[in-house]
Design a protein around this ligand. Structure first.
Ligand code: SAM
Length: 512
């Protein structure tokens, strides 16, 4: 089979480099706090990403943590050059990108480094280490070396975010991979390989006659996933030369051997018992060993991918959230008030959940707290301020304990970097202003990719540098040759500007 080496593959086809919200140090800090740890403060945090690709994850972190220091390493020089160019275009001088093998990093860190003096020469290590999409897509010997490497590079209270493909979910995906690899093996170019691989899957589905059994359903699901992938994702995620999924119990045994331990999935809800059926809860409750429990969850869910947070073995990880850990956090909630329901109990108020359900609450201060957060959404409020507003810190703590593990409440370790009320000198980050010049995808200030298609916003965003006032923005609108047909199309420039600013603020794109 004619398959390019890993290095050649990423040189030929760069991986689409995007932010990964669950890997942001803001989020990792919250995960650590909720498990009783004392993660490194975000101000001045030292962050390392191994296999950082073209920097789509690290660059926006550097933009929203200006006092942090960031180092990204990737095997592919082409992607590293893209990352360096993007850092320069966004005026980011707190992030450094280096081409090279992650396993050779330690040797270079022992020489004095201007940008990472604390790490050089046996210094304190990195506070946050991120590996997204690396662990399962490297040769087995590299895979085996990665966790020990992270353990050696980690600061004493540091945290590791690591994603990887898992069995049992990858068994079905692996079947599709094998089919597609065989079909695309002789292709002359990456594009041809992707085409031939897609055709093989397209041909298999009608060839299987039992249209409504489990195999047909699984194949249809895999095909829908493949159809949604750009070639640049498909060629790496599914067809990369190296692809080694693991069972989570094996992964956690390897973490233990490297003196690391499991804190939680980055999506805390993923391991919380309240999100499982009563029977699943009964079975999970019978398992004392953490790795057995996590493995049982993966069999129940047929999980194919994990985003796991680890820390050093010696840290005292707590599995029950204590109210006292929450006081320095900031809260937001997407729950929407629905008022009372005649069928509800006395004083019961209902809130709509983002997944289309609802919850009922009776404690007046809990209802008041959620009403408050609903008015502010997507903005955050400091725990202490909310507790003072509703006059009951214990109830606010209980809301966090009940709602966060169900993803009905968001937490941040600091006042948000975005504002929901645009000021007279609106500002987007230099990174977002540079990204909009290159396409429709921009990273918002909650570390998510957002698509901006409307012409007026695309024209105005690059001008929002924090020095251009409303009158200058209005003058710019007057000069626009094309106006967006969907956004305040025929409106006066003032109305259009307000509409654009409101939309940017709601989408967390304006800097505080
Ligand atoms: C699937 S991509 C993920 C890139 C990025 N983390 C993301 O999620 O967009 C895997 C990346 O790991 C890099 N890589 C593979 N082996 C590596 C190694 N030994 N050292 C450093 N980078 C490596 C590849 O060049 C590629 O950019």
């Amino acid at each position: 089979m004619n398959r390019p080496s890993l290095h050649a593959s990423y040189q030929a086809t760069p991986y689409p480099s995007r932010p990964v919200p669950l890997s942001h140090p803001d989020h990792l800090y919250v995960v650590g706090r909720l498990h009783g740890l004392a993660p490194a403060p975000l101000t001045g945090a030292r962050v390392l990403e191994l296999g950082c690709g073209a920097g789509g994850n690290l660059l926006p972190m550097a933009a929203t943590l200006p006092e942090g220091r960031f180092l990204g390493i990737d095997l592919s020089e082409r992607q590293i050059h893209m990352a360096q160019a993007a850092a320069q275009a966004a005026n980011l001088d707190n992030v450094e990108f280096r081409a090279g093998d992650a396993l050779a990093l330690e040797a270079s860190l022992t020489s004095p480094l201007v940008s990472f003096p604390a790490v050089a020469g046996g210094g304190q290590g990195f506070d946050y280490i991120i590996l997204h999409g690396l662990y399962s897509w490297v040769p087995r010997d590299v895979q085996a070396a990665l966790l020990p490497l992270c353990a050696r590079l980690l600061a004493p209270n540091g945290m590791i975010y690591i994603s990887y493909n898992t069995y049992p979910g990858w068994h079905m995906r692996g079947l599709v991979r094998e089919l597609m690899l065989r079909a695309g093996g002789g292709a002359a170019s990456p594009a041809e390989r992707a085409d031939q691989a897609r055709a093989a899957l397209d041909n298999l589905i009608p060839a299987y006659a039992q249209a409504d059994d489990g195999y047909a359903t699984s194949l249809a699901e895999e095909k829908a996933r493949v159809d949604d992938m750009e070639d640049s994702f498909l060629l790496h995620d599914l067809l990369e030369v190296e692809n080694h999924p693991v069972y989570v119990d094996d992964f956690l045994a390897r973490a233990g051997a490297a003196d690391l331990q499991f804190i939680s999935e980055a999506n805390v809800a993923a391991s919380r018992e309240e999100n499982f059926s009563p029977e699943a809860r009964r079975q999970l409750a019978a398992l004392d060993d953490l790795a057995d429990r996590e493995q049982c969850i993966d069999f129940i869910l047929n999980r194919s991918f994990r985003q796991t947070v680890l820390c050093a073995d010696g840290a005292a990880v707590q599995r029950q959230i204590a109210p006292g850990w929450l006081h320095d956090l900031y809260l937001a909630s997407p729950l929407r008030p629905m008022g009372q329901d005649p069928d509800g109990g006395p004083g019961e108020a209902f809130f709509a959940t983002p997944d289309g359900g609802r919850i009922g609450l009776t404690a007046p201060s809990a209802i008041a707290a959620l009403n408050h957060l609903a008015l502010l959404w997507p903005d955050f409020m400091a725990f202490g301020k909310l507790a003072e507003t509703v006059g009951d810190g214990a109830i606010v703590a209980q809301l966090v304990i009940d709602l966060y593990p169900r993803n009905w409440l968001d937490l941040l370790p600091r006042s948000p970097f975005f504002t929901t009320t645009p000021g007279p000198l609106p500002k987007a980050t230099a990174l977002a202003r540079s990204q909009i010049g290159q396409g429709e995808l921009v990273t918002d200030l909650r570390h998510r990719s957002v698509t901006i298609t409307d012409i007026s916003t695309r024209q105005l965003l690059p001008l929002m540098d924090g020095r251009t006032d409303r009158s200058a923005l209005l003058a710019a609108i007057a000069g626009f040759e094309t106006r967006d047909p969907t956004l305040a199309a025929d409106a006066a420039p003032e109305v259009l500007l307000d509409a654009v600013l409101q939309q940017l603020a709601e989408r967390c794109l304006l800097v505080q």
